[in-house]
Design a protein around this ligand. Structure first.
Ligand SMILES: [Zn+2]
Length: 254
């Protein structure tokens, strides 16, 4: 799945026909005569679907026992199933940005893997799935209360819930994902002396509650901070909107 191969075509000599095994079927296109074709994969039977699910669960169980990045990696977003790409495109990530971040498609589990690095190297990864009946995220056995996924180098620190929001905010400031809705003691320690902190959680109940809790915790130890409340996740805003929200939030930092 996802593989491409060049084979010969009956229009002449040489390997001119590109055949690609896509999610929905085999697609072919001839570079010489522009002939093309599509051969859909048969719809899987119930038994086949169950078999595939069980194989994927086994692969996942093995991969989530270590920090090592799950293999094999498909680093070319243009060959991924559409839903895997669209999820990242919605958060404003281009194919180039996806490659730059080292985000890849893990076909064996039908998941997109987001690696998290710090100065020392790989510290965490998160694999987002798209199939009903399976966990939305799987990750390695790392205590995520002891880390934050950090992106960007300048500007105020902005705490977000998830990695994609931190990536987006990291384009104009320092986006630090707390990987959930609670701020642990080790995470608070990372913020001490690092400058003003803006708290920008998702606009749902847990996000709003988390914002208030974090604000109180940080104020209590004297870190200048403010919350940013918007009607969409940070990752769903344009850079211009993000800059504007950060400017406005920084003005309220106390
Ligand atoms: Zn041809």
């Amino acid at each position: 799945m996802g593989a491409k191969r060049r084979v010969s075509h009956d229009c002449g000599s040489g390997k001119v026909l590109l055949v690609e095994n896509k999610t929905e079927g085999y697609a072919a296109w001839c570079h010489r005569c522009s002939d093309k074709g599509f051969w859909p994969h048969p719809a899987p039977t119930l038994a086949e679907r169950l078999e595939r699910l069980s194989r994927a669960s086994q692969v996942e169980a093995a991969a989530t026992m270590t920090l090592a990045l799950p293999q094999p990696m498909n680093l070319d977003p243009s060959t991924w199933p559409l839903e895997a790409r669209v999820w990242l495109y919605k958060a404003g990530l281009s194919n180039d940005k996806i490659k730059e971040l080292g985000v890849y498609y893990w076909g064996a589990a039908h998941r997109v893997v987001m690696p998290v690095y710090d100065d020392q190297g790989l510290v965490y990864w998160q694999a987002r799935g798209f199939e009903r009946g399976r966990p939305k995220y799987v990750n390695p056995p790392i205590d995520k209360a002891r880390l934050m996924a950090r992106f960007g180098t300048d500007g105020p620190i902005v705490l977000t819930e998830d990695i994609l929001s931190a990536v987006r905010v990291g384009g104009v400031a320092r986006g630090w994902a707390v990987l959930g809705t609670s701020l642990s003691i080790p995470q608070i320690n990372m913020l001490v002396g690092a400058g003003p902190v803006l708290i920008w959680m998702d606009p749902d109940g847990p996000g709003r509650k988390a914002s208030g809790r974090m604000l109180r915790a940080l104020r209590q130890i004297g870190i200048p901070c403010a919350t940013i409340n918007t009607d969409k996740d940070p990752k769903l805003h344009t850079y211009e909107q993000i800059s504007h929200a950060l400017q406005e939030g920084s003005g309220r930092c106390a």
